[in-house]
Design a protein around this ligand. Sequence first.
Ligand code: ATP
Length: 351
Amino acid sequence: MPTEVEIMEALKKVIDPELGRSIVDLQMVRDLKIDPEGLVSFTLALTAPGCPLKDRMQQDAHAVLTALPGIRDVKVTFGAMTEEERAAVFGHSTPSLPKLNEFSKIGQTIAVMSGKGGVGKSLVTASLAVNLARQGKKVGILDADLTGPSIPKLFGLPPGGVRGSDMGILPGNTRTGIRIMSTNLLVPEEDTAVVWRGPIVSGTIRQFYEQVLWGRLDVLLIDLPPGTSDANLTVVQTIPLDGVVLVTTPQALASLVVRKGVRMLQELEVPILGIIENMSYYTCPDTGKPHEIFGPSHAAEVAQLAGAAVAARLPIRPEIAAQCDDGRVEDVTIPELEAFTRQLAGIPAAA
Ligand SMILES: Nc1ncnc2c1ncn2[C@@H]1O[C@H](COP(=O)(O)OP(=O)(O)OP(=O)(O)O)[C@@H](O)[C@H]1O
């Protein structure tokens, strides 16, 4: 039977995915017990209560410990560190909350999230921004999808278009005055490959939020990377969000992955402002009849799970794709999104 020291040694291989350090170094392992039958139990004191990455750490701990001779099973109970314990572990490096620069003032910050890629999240973000701008609001978009940034292309903004000054980074400006920050505006060519490592991703998103001279904005929309990546977790945990809009498509798989996102948001207590089902149906131009090409809708189901309303069901319209490809998203009109945009514009800012 392994000793306590050997168990702790093995647990050093379990890394907190967000912080990149072992759960032993982070002093997260408490009340370790090894019974003669080969059952190991301990409490994992999380740095943030309800951390969505806890299941991954539990699975990793189970894998490393059951690989030891004599260990049959592992029981992990979740706990949370106190503020003092967090400070003791992190010392002065406790991550502080990102703060806007003195030249920026933002009314509401809303993130747009999807379970998986390619569901039209960027199109929805861009269209919400366009609608809000049409309703007279000052809007910005922070493209947090660093590895697959598509926002500048939708607005026809050329790569390398942003400039820095002593005071901060000047965002790109679209034809109708929407302010945009994206990695695509920093690189000289659109297809320049940028390799991003986890902590750099979170740091860059934070820098975009803090160092871009957004000016006065009524609404800042954040286009998140698809899924429930560490970068998303950082944004949702640290940037003061008024809420999140969830984009999905009717395919069951997309809805399944969205469930994971819903759970993460609920655990972090971030309001879900609405569910948008994209590519819901195609209206036949000859008969005017809607056809559910990707199968029946799951929007109501996801909405119920999320405790939010179905904000809109958007049809597939080939001309939208064509206009987007041409960088003319500001010419696109999606009437199905208008009521929801008005609702968003009326949401009071976070305290
Ligand atoms: N309702 C729609 N009708 C027609 N084309 C659409 C529709 N929604 C999205 N598209 C097209 O599908 C493609 C993918 O959309 P988009 O880039 O917004 O997806 P995404 O979820 O942001 O993708 P990624 O996760 O890769 O960033 C784009 O070419 C877009 O123009």
